[in-house]
Design a protein around this ligand. Structure first.
Ligand SMILES: Nc1ncnc2c1ncn2[C@@H]1O[C@H](COP(=O)(O)OP(=O)(O)OP(=O)(O)O)[C@@H](O)[C@H]1O
Ligand SMILES: [Mg+2]
Length: 260
């Protein structure tokens, strides 16, 4: 699905991503772990077109997608979730989902004059789709609530929901579990597993919560100092000497994260 070859992203003289090479197989859930500052978020940002790479190559299903802007990747089905921007807080959860671009008609003058019925039909379809997504995520009760008023975890579910408004193929999630309570974290985990099993979504998930990684991942990649340090099952990763050292080297907090 995705191949990353010798990817670099430097900031001045600092090598945040320093020759990362990895493969993401289709229809898998990959957990991306590593101590703080390992370069995980930077790697995501480069793959998702948010940051240009310093060098290296990213391909998706064999096609070179290196450095493509986010909206082009979006149309190819590659999505990275973003926090719901402040401007959208006063809109309802349903409306937030309906805002996701998806080639709606209605923008051109021609359509405004001649396509009123079509626009109304599309809006109805969009509304129905948003309701289906809310239902899938078990948050139908939040439909008419303002996005700014729901909890942090519910917002994360809504962010995941946005990827379901389009035909996503691969979704990159950066710390979906941060600051989320156990119950909601389980709901998020279940949604990820169901999207994977029922809709063939491929996921790459950055997370410090090892229980969560263990529960959802088929495969785990550990990064440290901008490189891929080890790959395998979570058990293999946790037993890997280099991995333990990398976590130990960056302090007690990181060591505890690994013990999870
Ligand atoms: N825009 C930037 N300018 C300069 N340095 C940056 C920039 N973005 C990230 N870095 C540095 O690159 C390194 C990797 O950061 P990154 O955010 O990718 O790590 P991470 O693995 O996501 O860490 P965490 O687990 O804490 O989120 C860090 O040392 C960070 O300070
Ligand atoms: Mg990060």
């Amino acid at each position: 699905m995705i191949e990353v070859e010798d990817l670099h992203r430097h900031f001045g003289g600092f090598r945040a991503v320093d020759g990362a090479t990895l493969r993401i197989e289709p229809k898998t859930i990959t957990g991306l772990i590593g101590p703080n500052g390992a370069g995980k978020t930077t790697l995501f940002n480069v793959i998702a077109g948010v940051l240009p790479p310093t060098s290296g190559r990213v391909t998706m299903a064999g096609e070179d997608i290196t450095g493509l802007p986010p909206h082009e990747l979006f149309h190819k089905g590659l999505l990275r979730t973003f926090q719901i921007a402040h401007e959208f807080h006063s809109m309802t959860c349903q409306e937030n989902l309906m805002m996701v671009p998806g080639g709606q008609t209605g923008e051109t003058l021609w359509n405004t004059w001649f396509g009123r019925k079509r626009i109304a039909d599309e809006e109805r379809a969009l509304r129905a789709k948003a309701d289906e997504v809310l239902d899938f995520l078990t948050i139908s009760h939040l439909r008419d609530q303002k996005a700014g008023q729901v909890s942090g975890g519910q917002k994360k579910l809504l962010e995941l929901g946005r990827t379901m408004m389009v035909d996503a193929k691969i979704v990159f999630l950066d710390e979906v579990g941060a600051g989320v309570n156990r119950t909601l974290l389980n709901t998020i985990g279940d949604a990820i597993l169901r999207l994977n099993k029922e809709r063939d979504y491929t996921f790459v998930v950055i997370e410090h919560d090892m229980d969560f990684i263990g529960k959802i991942s088929d495969h785990v990649i550990c990064m440290a100092e901008g490189k891929v340090l080890a790959e395998g099952s979570l058990a293999e990763i946790k037993a890997n000497e280099q991995v333990i050292e990398a976590y130990l080297g960056t302090g007690l907090k990181n060591k505890d994260q690994l013990a999870g």
